[in-house]
Design a protein around this ligand. Structure first.
Ligand code: FES
Length: 339
């Protein structure tokens, strides 16, 4: 059974067991989204007319008062009748939407690139359109568990996806699959693209300076964003900090060196939190957010991009605001780190 959701002048058919977000994105109709897990609130909308089942919407994200007022989380709610909905804060379809799709990828490689860190290259049977910085979901074999991994690719690298995966002790996806049994040639289901962690469309990109701060494998989406921004404007100021515990956690250093060589206004700063840098190395000690405050006197007119452990992201938001970055220019990847 399916119901119809009407938003503005668009109508989307939603299956009984399908979230509104899933239905809209598969139909190529943009709806704000980030975590797809009911935790960030980005997909909150108003049900103007009709009935919905709120499913597993957490009370922290959708309060009883909000439900009472007709609000719902699009990533959790299922329609129970034909309905009319309104998104909050932004017109649906305002940007280019790459439809959400399910594809079966072939594992091309699964290599250790740093301490407890793998790079997965997944070949798709056909190109997948996405915005650099978005993520995909992998389904752990034999389970219903889905895990989210950011794409490190630029938009033209749409046939072989690059994901960076950090091992988590006891993790169902990492320790019990990717780091142990996933082999080259395996066929795995991939769903994507998802998320709103991406640059504005080229014609509305102001080309201003950017600072990107990634913790651990939070570097992945920042690579796609930085390379895209630099290809749009090779003279753009782009400052990329990679925070890790020690030198063994750093990776993609050749790629960073190449970008530094090709784009003189690009700066890569590796920061070690639990190890003193060797004499004369380019590594810095401490936390990337503290170094950003030391390096940049004013971030007015800059955009900021954060992906990593929640404390690092929160520290990044504080650091950006301290340097006068406009809140609307601060972007955070909000999905929960995969296990
Ligand atoms: Fe729905 Fe985060 S709560 S996308």
């Amino acid at each position: 059974m399916a119901f119809t959701a009407t938003v503005g002048n668009q109508q989307v058919s939603c299956g009984e067991d399908q979230s509104m977000l899933d239905a809209f994105l598969r139909a190529g109709v943009w709806m704000p989204n980030s975590c797809n897990q009911g935790t960030c609130g980005t997909c909150k909308l108003r049900v103007v007319d009709g009935d919905v089942d709120h499913g597993d919407s957490p009370a922290d994200t959708l309060t009883a008062e909000e439900r009472e007022a007709g609000l719902a989380l699009a990533c959790q709610a299922r329609l129970r009748s034909d309905s009319v909905v309104e998104t909050l804060g932004g017109a649906v379809g305002g940007g280019i939407t790459h439809p959400l799709r399910d594809l079966t990828a072939t594992v091309l490689s699964n290599d250790e690139i740093a301490r407890d860190t793998r790079r997965l290259l997944l070949e798709l049977p056909e190109p997948l359109a996405f915005h650099p910085g978005q993520y995909v979901e992998l389904t752990v074999p034999g389970t219903q568990l889905r895990r989210q991994y950011s794409l490190a690719n630029t938009a033209d690298e749409d046939k072989v996806l690059e994901l960076h995966v950090r091992s988590v002790s006891g993790g169902a996806a990492t320790e019990r699959w990717i780091f142990t049994s996933m082999a080259v040639g395996d066929q795995i289901p991939v769903t994507g693209p998802l998320g709103d962690f991406f640059l504005p469309a080229e014609d509305s990109d102001d080309g201003g300076p950017m600072v990107l701060i990634g913790g651990g494998t939070g570097l992945a989406p920042l690579i796609g964003l930085a390379r895209t921004a630099l290809s749009r404007d090779p003279g753009r100021r782009v400052l990329l900090y990679h925070g890790v515990r020690g030198v063994d956690d750093l990776y993609n250093l050749d790629q960073m060196a190449e970008l530094t060589k090709v784009y003189p206004a690009f700066t890569f700063v590796p920061v070690l939190s639990h190890e003193a840098p060797a004499a004369e190395s380019v590594h810095r000690e401490g936390f990337p957010t503290d170094h950003f405050i030391e390096d940049v006197d004013s971030a007015r007119g800059w955009s900021g991009w954060l992906c990593g452990p929640p404390p690092m992201v929160e520290a990044g938001v504080r650091a950006f605001k301290r340097r006068r970055m406009a809140p609307r220019m601060i972007h955070r990847e909000k999905f929960t780190p995969a296990t």
